[in-house]
Design a protein around this ligand. Structure first.
Ligand SMILES: [Zn+2]
Length: 217
């Protein structure tokens, strides 16, 4: 899951408009950001195995970032980082950030093949494997994005308005990305390229979220 996580960030913005969109877009991908860094420094593993799933070629070993037992730890790290950014943050805002971080594992559970460890060991790994049903994956991610936008729209609050043009651009890019495997399959990357491309996306999307709100401050 990729865009589905960002969709969760938009939905959380609808739930708590006080938390900046950029922070939520970082929070929902915090463990993937950590994975990419850990892969680059050799703590976790991302092997490119052509045909590993029907949706992508990622064979992953990531117990420190993507195990159920570490999920509350990452949620606490996310909330702590946000508190360092905003010492005045309300308890509700910190809980929203923690929930945004924690939901990542449960969304990954839907699409990953059984490579998500429960503990830090290799013994128990789970994943419903929808990546082997690409059309279903695309439908789920597109539906999540649509649902997130509906949740966001329903919670209209003029104090925390957003630049609709930038938000619209973000959504168009997201929808295109969701259907990308069908319209323009990407060439197989190597591990380094995949990790660096991922990190670039995790930087660019929150930046767009930042500018979507900054224009109105
Ligand atoms: Zn993930």
């Amino acid at each position: 899951m990729f865009i589905g996580h960002f969709a969760a960030g938009i939905a959380f913005k609808g739930v708590d408009r006080q938390v900046p969109l950029w922070a939520l877009l970082v929070a929902v991908q915090l463990v993937d950001i950590a994975t990419m860094i850990f892969v680059l420094i050799g703590i976790e593993r991302l092997d490119i195995v052509p045909g590993f799933t029907k949706y992508n070629d990622f064979d992953m070993f990531m117990p420190f970032t993507h195990s159920l037992v570490m999920t509350p730890v990452w949620a606490a790290i996310g909330a702590a980082l946000y508190w360092l950014y905003d010492r005045q943050a309300s308890r509700a805002a910190l809980l929203t950030i923690a929930a945004a971080v924690a939901c990542h594992w449960f969304l990954d559970l839907i699409v990953h093949v059984p490579d998500l460890p429960i503990l830090l060991s290799e013994d128990w790994k789970v994943g419903f494997g929808l990546w082997n049903m690409p059309l279903v994956t695309v439908l789920i991610e597109a539906s999540m994005l649509t649902l997130a936008l509906l949740i966001y729209r329903r919670s209209r609050d003029p104090r925390f308005a957003i630049n609709r043009i930038i938000l619209g651009a973000i959504c168009v890019i997201f929808y295109l990305f969701v259907i990308q495997p069908f319209i323009m399959p990407l060439p197989v990357a190597n591990t380094q390229e995949a990790a660096i491309t991922g990190l670039a996306a995790f930087l660019i999307v929150p930046l767009m979220g930042y500018f979507a709100e900054r224009r109105l401050r």
